[in-house]
Design a protein around this ligand. Structure first.
Ligand code: GLC
Length: 441
């Protein structure tokens, strides 16, 4: 009989659609588009008040020659099981072919980059998703003057600009219909984002959901048709809207506690994080997060019942920055030996031990030891008689339970030592995160 400790908390059947996604736990986010040319991040038009005509030089200079298979290999080698590409970001320049717009790489370059991305990642068995911006700063019918984010929000020449939301909704729905119709089965749809003044009513969220669910009934959706990185939306409430999505999407942060609804029931969530501090390529941003930190954050997400979507921002040539590739390769080395303690895992209900984190899954417990003990390692929360066996996950070697006079009441505690002498102190087999596979009686 599986111990309640080794079976992650049950998730409400309304979230069944995301069962595969919750098992995969770790994905690649890809922010890529014409904004890679200015190389100052994907919000460059908004932050620098760049007009549509002035941005054209970036669009015309965006002539990448990506090796999508290399991207897919980088994701697969990192242990990522799904990938989400920005099909269109807030600048409105689409990487897919659209009958509704010539502002696309299909028209300008003669390349449907979304189609190429999907083919390459599917070929490597990676599930695929598309990010689609609800905002579109290229559209004349989108709010300009006075909008919270539009590049022309405080430009006098747009003071009298009148948006046409009905027209914009027709365009928005039309393009969503295109990406949901023309590219096969999408595993994830990642809408971004609602904000004051532009929300479900303005997006026509009800009709948008009808289109999405008719064409892509199994696609896992985020919550940003009504929410954002700082607003969960109605998913945690007693009355989620039809557009509340399948998961909440904390951004650049990992929640302090597992995300639960008003009744304390787990709600799927995914922290999306950048490798430096920009989503889109930023040449000057060299503040890369070290791989060990990201391995710890990935385990933290899983220990709290969440996923991690880790971002790369390819440059204008279509290359993932070498620093990003190095970090992901190092994460992949750890995942290669320890992914069983991440995939198909979730919270163990044992609290947070001083030495690291607990995860549970596959009828087992996984102790993620990130801090080396002095003397034996006490498996906090477990009594000796609960434990059937302990093995090092990376090589399957046995770690027998030990006793030590140094630990008061040691006989009843579940303890292991990383060397022959429990009273001695040994280095961790993996100084970043040594994972112990624990089977209970
Ligand atoms: C924020 C950023 C947007 C990015 C998204 C990813 O909304 O503004 O550029 O695509 O986060 O979560």
């Amino acid at each position: 009989m599986t111990s309640p400790l080794t079976a992650p908390a049950p998730v409400d059947p309304r979230f069944d659609r995301s069962a595969w996604w919750r098992a995969d736990r770790f994905g690649m986010f890809i922010h890529w588009g014409a904004y890679s040319v200015p190389a100052r991040g994907e919000w460059v038009r908004s932050y620098e008040r760049i007009g549509l005509d002035d941005y054209r030089s970036a669009v015309d200079a965006f002539r990448p020659d990506p090796d999508f298979d290399a991207w897919a290999r980088t994701a697969a080698d990192a242990g990522m099981r799904y990938a989400v590409l920005t099909a269109k970001h807030h600048d409105g320049y689409a990487l897919f072919d659209s009958a509704l717009s010539d502002y696309t790489t299909a028209t300008v370059l003669g390349r449907d980059l979304v189609a190429e991305f999907l083919a390459a990642f599917r070929a490597r068995g990676i599930k695929v998703g598309l990010y689609f911006s609800l905002l579109d700063w290229s559209r004349p019918d989108y709010p300009h003057f006075g909008d919270l984010h539009h590049p022309m929000r405080d430009a006098e020449e747009f003071r009298d600009h009148a948006p046409d939301l009905a027209s914009y909704r027709e365009f928005l729905h039309g393009q969503v219909c295109e990406i949901c119709s023309n590219y096969g089965k999408l595993d994830v749809l990642w809408f971004d984002f609602s904000y004051s003044g532009m929300g479900p009513a303005e997006w026509g969220a009800s009709e948008l959901m009808r289109i999405v669910r008719e064409l892509q009934p199994d696609a896992v959706l985020d919550n940003r048709l009504e929410g954002s990185g700082s607003d969960h939306g109605s998913l945690l409430t007693d009355s989620p809207t039809p557009w509340s999505g399948d998961f909440t999407s904390p951004e650049q942060v990992i929640p302090a506690e597992p995300i639960v609804d008003v009744h304390g029931r787990p709600v799927p969530w995914e922290s999306c994080l950048t490798l430096n501090n920009h989503w889109g390529y930023c040449r000057s941003d060299h503040d890369w997060k070290p791989a060990p930190v990201l391995i710890h954050r990935l385990v933290e997400c899983v220990s709290k019942g969440g996923n991690m979507l880790l971002n790369v921002g390819p440059d204008a040539r279509g290359r993932i920055p070498v620093e990003s590739r190095r970090i992901l390769a190092r994460i992949g080395e750890w995942m290669d030996a320890n992914s069983e303690s991440v995939r198909g895992c979730g919270p163990a209900g044992l609290g947070r031990p001083e030495w690291g984190r607990w995860t549970a899954g596959h009828g087992k417990l996984y102790a993620h030891v990130m801090e080396p003990p002095v003397g034996p390692l006490v498996l906090t929360g477990l009594d000796r008689d609960q434990v059937r066996s302990v093995h090092l996950l990376s090589d399957g070697s046995e770690l027998p339970l030990v006793d030590s006079w140094t630990v008061v009441g040691g006989r009843s505690r579940a303890m292991v030592s990383f060397g022959p002498q429990p009273e001695w102190t040994y280095p961790l087999p993996d100084p970043v995160d040594t994972v112990l596979e624990i089977e209970l009686r």
